[in-house]
Design a protein around this ligand. Structure first.
Ligand SMILES: [Zn+2]
Length: 98
């Protein structure tokens, strides 16, 4: 089922809304279309929820990888706004992989 907000294709999470729109609600904002900067955080929320919901071992591993990727993408996104010279996401991933 998709989000109850008109035109939002994200998966519904709580109260019929996706995590991005649940966040807007919890901040007391009038609901509006999710802007780009909200997406990495939404992805991170969704990855975290999936991580805690899976039961099978093999799915758990995939969910953990997905969560790690989403967390890194979000961290990079935040960093990019605060630091002038940030390496590309792929460079950062390569550094962290060692
Ligand atoms: Zn939504």
């Amino acid at each position: 089922m998709s989000c109850a907000f008109d035109g939002c294709q994200r998966q519904a999470a709580r109260g019929g809304y996706c995590w991005g729109h649940v966040q807007q609600q919890s901040r007391g904002q009038p609901l509006h279309e999710l802007r780009f900067y909200g997406e990495p955080l939404t992805r991170l929320y969704e990855a975290a929820i999936r991580f805690y919901e899976v039961d099978e071992d093999d799915e758990h591993r995939a969910a953990a990888d997905n969560l790690r990727t989403a967390a890194l993408a979000y961290a990079w996104h935040v960093l990019r706004k605060q630091v002038r010279k940030v390496p590309s996401l792929s460079t950062l991933q390569a550094i962290l992989r060692g």
